[in-house]
Write a new protein. Structure first.
Length: 334
């Protein structure tokens, strides 16, 4: 039987079909991170820190160096608010040296630093912190708006959360935010969410960690971020995310609820802390809360993950471990 369609018609049909196929490739930039020869990775997480060494920033940095050496860390994650009070004025701003390069000087911290932006970073020249030119001053600095770090057994998805928060647009309280690269806001947010959803869905990593500046859940002064609860959380829950890690509130905390499989972790104790505020209605969900300075470490193998929180003296405040045996890890050779 002959076809009713000629070659020309077929190619039009094919073109139409192809154009209807959803675009699958993720738009986020992916950075490849090597893992250790034993197949594990370990890293530190710090947030809300750049204050020229003040408010115990230097003491936290010193302890990070010691724990980093003990764990032989592979990299450092920053949950944002990298430079106070108002980000960087330009790529020549001495705050880069005074609050970063000259502070985190321990040998163990001379590893890649993966950083997201916080709301304070948006109050300066936002493009300065994003500029690859900073790497000629300090090659550790890898700061982008939203991006992925692919460490084989784990993928870290960094999300630019500041543009999600309505108050910065509707009631900026005298602050100037540098929204270059974000406007128009609606399409920026939609694109970010769509690209994150695609990246998470396509990820084959055993562990998925999402990092943003603002908390989805927090008992400290900023509380839950309602925009992230409604827009971001459903995407994370639908895509087997293990951890959501944030800063913004200047404390350390671990929240785990029966409504969500995700562990909510705040590491925002990089310098100024002790806000003296706590408001959480379900004590059974609050696994750990510390109102002072400190940081967190994460160690991951194919089947295990361990999280530790430390104070400004390097004392261990809280530990949490989990394991995951996946179908592909089972040995059926018997
Ligand atoms: Zn903040």
């Amino acid at each position: 039987m002959g076809s009713k369609f000629g070659i020309g018609s077929l190619s039009i049909v094919m073109t139409l079909l192809l154009s209807l196929v959803p675009k699958l490739e993720a738009e986020f930039t992916t950075v490849e991170q090597a893992i250790k020869s034993d197949g594990s990775i370990s890293f530190l997480v710090i947030g809300d820190w750049g204050r020229r060494g003040l408010y115990n920033q230097s003491q936290v940095a010193l302890q990070m160096g010691k724990i980093g050496e003990k764990m032989d860390i592979d990299f450092v994650v920053s949950t944002g608010d990298n430079i106070y009070d108002n980000g960087m004025k330009s790529i020549d701003d001495p705050a880069f040296q005074l609050s970063f390069a000259n502070i985190y000087t321990s040998p163990s911290l001379q590893k890649p630093w993966y950083l997201v932006l916080g709301n304070h970073d948006y109050r300066g020249d936002v493009e300065a912190q994003l500029s690859p030119a900073l790497r000629s001053i300090d090659s550790r600095w890898i700061c982008m708006r939203s991006f992925i770090v692919d460490a084989e057994i784990a993928e870290l998805f960094f999300v630019d959360t500041t543009p999600f928060v309505d108050a910065y647009f509707l009631n900026p309280e005298g602050q100037n935010y540098d929204w270059r690269g974000v406007s128009p806001r609606e399409s920026y947010l939609q694109t970010t969410l769509k690209d994150l959803e695609t990246s998470l869905r396509e990820s084959t990593a055993k562990w998925k960690i999402v990092v943003g500046h603002h908390a989805i859940k927090s008992a400290s002064i900023h509380g839950n971020t309602k925009e992230l609860e409604s827009l971001l959380l459903p995407i994370l829950e639908a895509n087997n995310v293990d951890l959501y890690v944030n800063g913004h509130d200047h404390c350390l905390q671990h929240i785990s609820t029966s409504q969500s499989p995700i562990q909510f972790l705040t590491s925002g104790g990089g310098s100024k802390a002790w806000r003296g505020y706590y408001n959480w209605k379900t004590p059974e969900d609050m696994k750990f809360f510390y109102d002072g300075q400190g940081f967190m470490s994460i160690k991951i193998t194919r089947t295990e993950m361990g999280i530790v929180f430390y104070d400004v003296f390097g004392n261990i405040l809280h530990k949490w471990d989990t394991s995951k045996v996946l179908y592909t890890d089972l040995d059926f050779s018997l």
